[in-house]
Design a protein around this ligand. Structure first.
Ligand code: F6R
Length: 607
């Protein structure tokens, strides 16, 4: 995820900004840049690669200015190039801006601004720079406020103008910004890490707030230019804690990131009025999409579990055959494919060797191949003929969490988009999209149960084996819960569809074998309930994921985690979260290295 640093004070800004960028490296980035007012004019350097490359690109320039802004970019709009790196300028070199977030209507805005502007990048941020410049009449705060009133999307931005280099303007909507309060100097950054070496006094900007940051003072206003009273907070985080925004591990932070990154995944991609989704990256005409008669999802591990959910959604909504393949099996099978088969490769890293090889094989055999990827510019993203970024932001913990929910979100959007071109009614589409819009709030509600889930994890962490059961759309949820538990806690666990129990696994059931059952209220509720009763009759401890208000749940289970009701196809987006938390806390209780479990790598680039 991109990082921002700004400084205004009496010291030389350059080393503070470069050091600040290094502190933000943990967020992941592909290019970096810095802009400083050197006393006469705005100086700017950007480079692809690491901060060292940026330093090299600056050569011997030793700008003496004491105000400036800097940025690390994680590509979203446009490739990894120097031209796309921040800070961006507009037509003149006087205005510089760094920005995190996504401007949804940047294409419209760019069109309105017109070709007379000097366009040098593919980014939404450059459009924002031109928009601000077009409203600038000597007051940068007003220009930013007016420009933002035309913007749809998210931003954490910092702007500065050569005509008034002693003021930084910062504004936030959906993308965090923190202001550090020093003596005769101020800092601003996307999180507190770059400023911790200098100050522990901070002000967190809220959505809809804009700050005028000068050496001597900071004025915070709302978008109507009315002052807002803010409190200075004293943080006692060290750097490692600040990187994790106060969470003890990246995994827990990433689990809690889910409501906001889910919004990033669907933002600008749904059309509630028409009950459909628009994922332009598919690179197919509507006629080509209608001609597809089979869809295949290829992935490994957690990404494959997202693929199973996609299979259920495509079959149910689109009404065409859908299959899921383990990439390492697919590549050595003799798959039957033709030009009407659409293959989706799903991958967080975009570098998984087996997935990549399987996609190459599918393409060789004539299928249409598209990528569902998190890391922008990764090999799968480059080698497929289209697809969609899931916008989960960098996932640093080895165990995948937020990438999973965003993969599911994107696959659901694809299922809706394809279904609306075939048999799905507008009202079903609207219903699904309205339910999807509720998901972030419902995720927050589940995350509020973190303490309760922790006590369950503490209760069961010493068991050697566990079983996870689900049916239908919740079978992949059970698979994912089981994978999370085994990979980070090292507790042996397995997952089965509830209906398979009688065909073997039920022999394992005993009081020493706790069973996690996903029994939410959907069309298979009664079937799943029978499975739960069979287990209960054999004396196993039962942890139940149940829909809020299900009175039977408390009678059937030792421990219950309640989740809000949603459309059946959306259930995995909610039901997986308690299982991620359960796995996380089990691993913590057992003293495991949660972010770096043994024997595992984040990106599996070998076979
Ligand atoms: C589990 C996990 C792995 C990955 C798998 C595929 O938590 O992270 O199972 O899902 O290695 O990785 P990507 O998605 O990068 O292709």
């Amino acid at each position: 995820m991109c990082g921002i640093v700004g400084y205004i004070g009496t010291k030389t800004a350059l080393p503070i900004l470069l050091q600040g960028l290094r502190r933000l490296e943990y967020r992941g980035y592909d290019s970096a840049g810095v802009a400083i007012f050197d006393g006469a004019r705005m100086q700017r350097t950007r480079a692809v690669g690491k901060i060292d490359q940026l330093s090299n690109a600056m050569g011997k320039s030793n700008w003496a200015g004491s105000s400036g802004i800097a940025h690390t970019r994680w590509a979203t709009h446009g490739g990894v190039t120097e031209a796309n790196a921040h800070p961006h300028i507009a037509c003149s070199d006087d205005l510089v801006i760094v920005h995190n977030g996504i401007i949804e209507n940047y294409r419209e805005l760019k069109e309105k601004l017109g070709p007379a502007h000097r366009w040098t990048s593919e980014t939404d941020t450059e459009v924002l720079a031109h928009l601000i410049e077009s409203h600038y009449t000597g007051d940068l705060t007003r220009a930013v406020q007016t420009a933002l009133s035309h913007v749809r999307g998210t931003y954490g931005l910092v702007a500065m103008h050569a005509q008034n280099p002693h003021t930084l303007i910062a504004a936030r909507m959906g993308s965090p910004l923190v202001i550090g309060i020093g003596e005769g100097e101020h800092y601003v950054a996307s999180d507190a890490t770059p400023m911790l070496a200098y100050t522990k006094k901070v002000v967190f900007l809220a959505d809809g707030e804009i700050a005028e940051i000068k050496r001597e003072n900071v004025l915070i206003m709302n978008m109507k230019h009315e002052p807002v009273k803010k409190y200075v907070e004293e943080i006692d985080w060290d750097e490692a804690q600040a990187e994790k925004q106060g969470f003890p591990d990246f995994m827990l932070k990433e689990i809690f990131d889910q409501p906001s990154v889910f919004e990033d995944a669907i933002r600008g991609r749904i059309d509630v009025e028409q009950g459909t989704a628009h994922l332009g990256g598919i690179n197919m005409t509507e006629d080509q999409m209608r001609a597809i008669d089979r869809v295949l999802f290829i992935a490994c591990g957690t990404a494959r579990h997202a693929g199973i959910i996609a299979k259920y959604a495509f079959e149910r909504l689109v009404g065409i055959p859908a299959e899921v393949d383990v990439a390492s099996e697919f590549r050595y099978r003799d798959p039957v494919l033709n030009e009407k088969t659409l293959v989706f490769g799903i991958s967080q890293s975009g570098e998984t060797a087996d997935t990549l090889a399987a996609l190459r094989e599918a393409r060789r055999k004539g299928a249409l191949v598209r990528g569902i990827v998190n890391v922008v510019g990764s090999t799968i993203a480059r080698e497929t003929d289209g697809g969609t970024y899931i916008h989960a932001g960098p996932e640093l913990a080895v165990a995948s969490t937020k990438a999973f929910t965003n993969m599911v979100a994107i696959m659901l959007l694809y299922a809706i988009q394809f279904a609306r071109l075939r048999r799905m009614t507008i009202s079903t589409g609207i219903k699904l999209l309205n339910a999807l819009k509720e998901v972030p709030r419902q995720m927050e509600h589940i995350l509020e149960q973190n303490d309760c889930i922790k006590t369950y994890a503490e209760k069961y962490a010493l068991y050697k084996n566990m079983l996870f059961l689900g049916r239908g759309i919740n079978y992949p949820v059970a698979l994912e819960g089981s994978l999370k538990l085994k990979e980070i806690s090292y507790i042996h666990s397995e997952a089965f569809p509830g209906g398979e129990m009688k065909h073997g696994p039920i022999a394992l059931i005993s009081p020493d074998f706790p069973v996690v059952c996903v029994m939410t209220q959907n069309q298979l509720y009664d079937k799943m309930r029978s499975n739960v009763e069979e287990i209960r009759a054999r004396g196993a401890h039962i942890i139940l994921i149940a829909t809020e208000g299900d009175a039977a749940a408390r009678e059937l289970a030792d421990d219950v985690i309640c989740v809000p009701e949603t459309h059946e196809l959306l259930e995995p987006l909610l039901n997986t979260i308690p299982l991620q938390l359960f796995a996380y806390h089990s691993a913590v209780v057992l003293g495991r290295d949660v972010d770096r479990p043994r024997n595992l790598a984040k990106s599996v680039t070998v076979e």
